[in-house]
Design a protein. Structure first.
Ligand SMILES: [Ca+2]
Ligand SMILES: [Ca+2]
Length: 261
């Protein structure tokens, strides 16, 4: 009868090619986690202080939690922390680690000393109201943008710390081809009637990549048309699950399964 064999040489070639073409872009290579009360975003953890503090006290409060006061560094990070704050209080006002205490009008943000600080001001801000607004906050009423405020005003604060990240082992895939009892690759036998979709393909790697990305795909056929074009058929079953439909064809057809190494 037939058996399914994974060929080392083929596998190595395919694995290298497949990794080069990013077969699994949705699988993160790094997984990060945070202590309780902290929310992970990328490789950092965020939380709001439960109590309100003046700007200087907020810095200390964040340190007491094992982090430091946060200053968003990109539109994406700003969006993340604004959404986090809105969930706690739809009218939130929260301290962030930017100030112009030293030189009026020259803003500095923690961790952004190397470049222009990331500042997105609300309409009409910073206005240095009454000449005494040297600490930045983020506020819902300014459409999730920044406002210069009195450093003595008491708000919750955003704290940030590094997340604990581990690199997940990459999961290269290889393709197992059906062989006869002598180990010869079968090229006129395929799994029939389990076709989810089909398209013209360049070969095993392209077809296998498509199968790996299709949630329902369990195996694939590559059949050749009379014009010599290769058709990739993605199947929602495998030869072992429906052996009756694993049938001889009167055309070139190679059956394959995507397997984790
Ligand atoms: Ca100021
Ligand atoms: Ca202001």
């Amino acid at each position: 009868m037939y058996s399914l064999k994974c060929f080392a040489v083929l596998a190595i070639t395919y694995v290298i090619t497949v990794l080069g073409s990013h077969i699994c872009p949705s699988e993160p290579a790094v997984k990060c986690s945070c202590p309780p009360q902290w929310q992970v975003w990328q490789n950092r953890c965020y939380r709001l202080t439960p109590s309100k503090h003046s700007w200087d006290d907020a810095k200390e409060a964040c340190q007491d939690f094992g982090g430091k006061m946060a200053a968003p560094r990109s539109p994406e990070e700003l969006k993340f922390i604004a959404e986090m704050a809105r969930k706690v209080d739809s009218q939130y006002r929260v301290c962030i680690a930017c100030n112009d205490k030293e030189v009026e009008g020259t803003w500095e943000c923690d961790d952004q000393e190397e470049a222009e600080p990331f500042l997105v001001w609300g309409d009409g801000q910073p206005n240095s109201w009454r000449g005494n607004q040297d600490c930045a906050k983020l506020a819902a009423r300014f459409n999730d943008r920044m406002d210069d405020a009195q450093c003595e005003s008491r708000w919750r604060a955003f704290c940030v710390r590094q997340a604990a990240c581990t690199h997940l082992p990459t999961q290269p895939r290889r393709y197992c081809l059906s062989t006869d009892t002598h180990g010869r690759i079968l090229n006129s036998i395929c799994l029939l009637d389990h076709n989810i979709r089909e398209f013209i393909t360049e070969g095993v790697v392209t077809c296998g990549s498509a199968c790996a990305k299709e949630p329902e795909c369990r195996s694939f056929n590559i059949k050749k048309t009379v014009e010599g074009k290769k058709i990739c058929q993605l199947n929602n079953s495998t030869s072992s699950e429906d052996n009756d439909k694993f049938q001889k064809t009167d055309y070139f057809c190679m059956y394959s399964e995507v397997c984790l190494v």
